[in-house]
Design a protein around this ligand. Structure first.
Ligand SMILES: [Zn+2]
Length: 147
């Protein structure tokens, strides 16, 4: 087992919510959820919650970009396709995740999310950079390159 080639992360299944430990170096193999058997789409933003945030962000061996958003937020809808594209482009080398700030107020409060969307980049469980508001893709890529 080549440790250098392994990039592990804990991610929530977007179908059933169960946390799964996956090897991002093998993301193209379309890992399946251990609980419900559905494929875990690592090339789409992964849902986070108050319950799963610390596990997912803290356990990841790759940088994690979190989109703090809400369903009613117009600029968040503008960001959604940009985040989809970046999740696809960075699959295996970074995790792109999203947290609904209305449904998960504890994490939103902890990171003092005052406006949405807020994009925060984490590495080793710690915030390393953040951007406020909808930003174009090149700026989002530049944010990830800071990890
Ligand atoms: Zn599942």
């Amino acid at each position: 087992m080549d440790a250098a080639a392994s990039r592990k992360a804990t991610v929530a299944c977007s179908s059933c919510g169960r946390l799964n430990r996956v090897d991002l170096a093998r993301a193209t193999d379309r890992p399946k959820c251990g609980a419900c058997g559905r494929p875990i789409a690592l090339d789409h933003p992964l849902p986070l919650s108050d319950a799963t945030f610390d596990r997912v962000v803290g356990d990841s061996e790759v940088p994690v970009l979190v989109d703090f958003y809400a369903d009613w937020c117009g600029p968040c809808k503008i960001m959604a396709p940009v985040l989809d594209a970046v999740a696809r482009a960075r699959a295996g080398s970074a995790l792109v995740a999203k947290l609904d700030t209305d449904r998960n107020p504890a994490v939103a409060r902890r990171f003092q999310i005052a406006s949405i969307p807020t994009l925060i980049l984490f590495r080793g469980g710690r915030e390393v950079a953040r951007e406020l508001g909808a930003i174009p893709r090149p700026r989002l890529e530049a944010l990830l390159d800071r990890a």
